[in-house]
Design a binder for this molecule. Structure first.
Ligand code: VGL
Ligand code: ZN
Length: 193
């Protein structure tokens, strides 16, 4: 069982409308994680622990978009409806929102890349991150990797992530890498009481 401490925070990655079924870059079954994340949100907020939420926040001509030669259909354009957090996701008022990939010429799959996330967490004395969201094989993977590189312990919420699977083995590869890096795999049932 895991007992949360004052050095823990919840980090929710890119749970935005464009990544959900019907969205511009839909992650298959991405909507299934929302009720699970809501349980984690309740659990952490009830214990006074901070919630961070990253969001993909691209300019309309971002380099990752197909018209610019990138791999993805345009998605999560800053300020657009598709860039909004899933309406069913019960983010607390005090959620620390971290916008990423805001620069036209730079891709940023990680919430730590080009943001002040590491400094904000350090200032709060956070040492361990509980990470879930979308997508397992892109922004979750890269955020977990950078969290570990930045010295944070990571608990990966395996019941609250889903993969894009451009190639069918991408999810398994991403999970392998995160485990190899030292992420601990947990589900909601592993949390104490
Ligand atoms: C993501 C593809 C493109 C993600 C963001 O949030 O995983 N994937 N942009
Ligand atoms: Zn993107």
């Amino acid at each position: 069982m895991i007992k949360p401490t004052s050095q823990d925070a919840l980090l929710i990655v890119d749970v935005q409308k464009d990544f959900l079924p019907g969205g511009a870059l839909a992650v298959p079954k991405g909507d299934e994680i929302i009720p699970v994340l809501n349980r984690y949100i309740d659990y952490f907020t009830a214990r006074g622990r901070p919630v961070f939420a990253t969001r993909d926040w691209h300019p309309p001509d971002h380099c990752s978009f197909q018209p610019q030669g990138g791999p993805w259909p345009p998605h999560c354009i800053a300020g657009s409806d598709g860039a909004r957090f899933a309406p069913e996701l019960k983010l607390p008022e005090e959620t620390e929102v971290v916008s990423k990939a805001t620069e036209k010429t730079r891709e940023a799959y990680s919430g730590f890349q080009g943001t002040h996330l590491a400094e904000k967490l350090q200032r709060l004395g956070i040492q361990r991150l509980f990470i879930g969201g979308l997508a397992t094989d892109y922004c979750v993977l890269n955020t977990v990797r950078d969290a570990i590189v930045n010295g944070f312990e990571v608990c990966l919420l395996t019941d609250a992530i889903r993969a894009v699977n451009v190639h069918p083995e991408d999810e398994a590869k991403a999970l392998d890498e995160m485990r190899r890096l030292g992420a601990r795999f947990i589900t909601f049932e592993d949390l104490d009481e």
